[in-house]
Design a protein around this ligand. Structure first.
Ligand code: FAD
Ligand code: DLZ
Ligand code: SF4
Length: 518
């Protein structure tokens, strides 16, 4: 009774549901490098190398554990380029009686899995992905009938469900659910910033780097140097290093941005968590253990745990709750093409140039760079949400549609009309200046409001509010901003709008073919 177990590229967990309670002797694990997945958007070179290298290492580990693994490399003879084609070929090779697979993380992949029974003539068991804290049916129960969704309410349920940072009496540790107000610090100059753990490529990774250099030369981003964790052992080492060196200050400096400091106190563990190398609960437990030993303060640990069992789970739930409609949402009717500098980094706006450059080198930018620089600019400029969503999906090493899309379409662009966030994350130059050291050496003056030398974020911010006054003026959280706008004289308002229009006119649209094949 042979059973075929396809394991997808982001399912690299030894405890994966499809690998549990199976007789190894009668099972074949199928892993596939497929062209369609590497090119449906033209992912950053480093991201493809990360996924292929982690897949190859995971296959070796399964073999060492006694599994039979059929691993199809990208350039294997006869590779059909698609999951479904490879599953059919594997059925011909192994003549299994059934197929067992964990549900794909992305809507597109899940639709393909639904066709496998018809396409192979075999029974296909699709298992719930239990590597998340909140099973999807529970999320739907939570969401059903709510007039509005708020992460904070959901997060409290997740704290109760996991028991993380809860007292035996069922109260939040520290008598507060959320310590975000302590998390707005700017690091003093000259700190010794911690660096995340990085690893020299071994022979397997070298092979993948050669393959990616050859086959994906035209994709965005630098392939080397490459040092991301590609095995569970490396990911555990990176977790340990983060907890010891960066977690204590994670909370305080969570929103800060410093030129040349790519990671600051962030963990960069999203690549490992999203691949399945680390379990989200074990990551949170390591942070909570540091708090309990007195090695990290509560504001840092609570903030970190909230990102994982709060935001990460909430985003996944919202994606599945609203797909496929979510992908096409455009509540603000934005239609500007993506500016070219998102790919080239060629802009005199230093905050954007720095963030794009770092993204090109590392396939990484931290949350505030993504939200308040790269995302904020696109929303203020009225960029088509699908175009900016494609960009985010291409460029980050942790980007899979289930987490990228709600963060971009929802949180950063407000294209979902407020399902995910209660107000748009819009900020002027003053916000970026407060949270970063970018402005000091920028060609634009952050203090000037209009004119050719003024920071473009300033006029764009007011222009955005003016464009969407009807929608947002009644929003209690935006009332003060609209009160300020209305206090400006009509001439001043016109100056802001003209300054924004003049700047928008200078934007070059991106060349074709960066994100998707033409
Ligand atoms: P840390 O700051 O160290 O946070 C710890 C962990 O919390 C992360 O590793 C991640 O697993 C989780 N986390 C934090 N914030 C979020 C969030 N908003 N949603 C989901 N998980 C979160 N995250 C992705 O994993 N993939 C994406 O494609 C992605 N795209 C984003 C796009 C935009 C516009 C924005 C605003 C955010 C996006 N995020 C995405 C969320 C967040 O920015 C990244 O998870 C984070 O920057 C990863 O870096 P880190 O591991 O150093 O995070
Ligand atoms: C992102 C990605 C890439 C680049 N390549 C592969 C691949 O060759 N094989 C694979 O199994 N998965 C890959 N992935 C991840 C998928 O696109 C997709 O996100 C997951 O399969 C969803 O569970
Ligand atoms: Fe960015 Fe404006 Fe600051 Fe320049 S002045 S770095 S454009 S926020």
């Amino acid at each position: 009774m042979t059973i075929l177990i396809p394991v997808l590229g982001d399912q690299l967990s030894p405890t994966l549901a499809s690998l549990c309670d199976v007789d190894q002797a009668n099972a074949v694990v199928l892993m596939m490098e497929v062209w369609d997945e590497a090119t449906y958007v033209r992912h950053h070179k480093k991201k493809i190398a990360l996924i292929f290298s982690a897949m190859r290492h995971f296959a070796d580990e399964l073999r060492a554990d006694g599994w039979t693994v059929d691993y199809v490399t990208l350039d294997a003879d006869g590779n059909t380029h698609s999951f479904t084609g490879e599953v059919r070929r594997a059925v011909e090779r192994h003549a299994p009686e059934s197929i067992r697979v964990v549900a794909g993380g992305e809507y597109r992949v899940r639709q393909q899995q639904d066709e496998w029974a018809d396409r192979t003539g075999l029974p296909v068991e699709i298992l719930e992905d239990d590597r998340f804290v909140c099973p999807l049916p529970d999320f739907y129960t939570w969401a059903q009938g709510r007039r509005e969704f708020r992460m904070e309410h959901f997060y409290r349920d997740m704290r109760r469900r996991t028991g993380l940072l809860m007292t035996p009496a069922g109260k939040p540790v520290g008598d507060q659910w959320n310590f975000d107000h302590d998390n707005r610090g700017t690091p003093p100059r000259g700190l010794n910033y911690p660096a995340p753990a990085r690893f020299a490529p071994d022979q397997t990774t070298r092979g993948v780097l050669d393959l990616v250099a050859k086959r994906f030369a035209g994709h965005f981003g630098d392939l080397e140097p490459f040092g991301l964790p590609v095995t569970r052992a490396q990911a555990l080492e990176a977790l340990d290093q983060f907890v010891t060196t960066a977690l204590p200050d994670f909370g305080r400096y969570q929103d800060a941005m410093i030129a040349g400091q790519d990671y600051l106190y962030h963990s960069s563990l999203s690549s490992s968590i999203n691949l399945g190398l680390l379990d989200p609960i074990e990551v949170c437990a390591a942070a909570v253990a540091a708090y309990e030993k007195g090695d990290a303060p509560l504001n840092s640990v609570e903030g970190f745990v909230r990102q994982i069992i709060g935001w990460r789970e909430y985003m996944r739930g919202m994606y599945w709750w609203d797909m496929p409609k979510f992908a096409g949402r455009n509540a603000l009717k934005a239609k500007r093409p993506l500016p070219d500098f998102y790919w080239t980094g060629e802009t005199e706006m230093r905050c954007l140039a720095q963030s794009v450059d770092q993204t090109r080198r590392e396939a990484y930018a931290h949350h505030i760079q993504r939200l308040m620089v790269l995302g904020n600019f696109a929303m203020l400029a009225g960029v088509d949400p699908q175009a900016i969503s494609d960009w985010f999906l291409v460029v980050y090493f942790d980007a899979y549609e289930w987490v990228e899309m709600p963060n971009v379409i929802g949180m950063s662009q407000f294209a979902d009309g407020g399902m995910i966030a209660s107000k748009p994350y819009a900020g002027s130059g003053a916000y970026i200046d407060r949270m970063s050291d970018y402005c000091g050496r920028c060609r634009y003056d952050v203090k000037q409001k209009t004119g050719p030398d003024a920071c473009p974020f300033n006029a764009l911010y007011w222009d955005f509010l003016a464009r969407h006054e009807k929608r947002f003026a009644g929003n209690a959280r935006m009332r003060n901003m609209y009160a300020t706008w209305r206090r400006f004289s009509p001439e001043r308002q016109a100056e802001y709008r003209a300054s924004a229009a003049a700047f928008l006119d200078t934007l070059e649209p991106a060349g074709k073919g960066w994100a998707r094949e033409d």
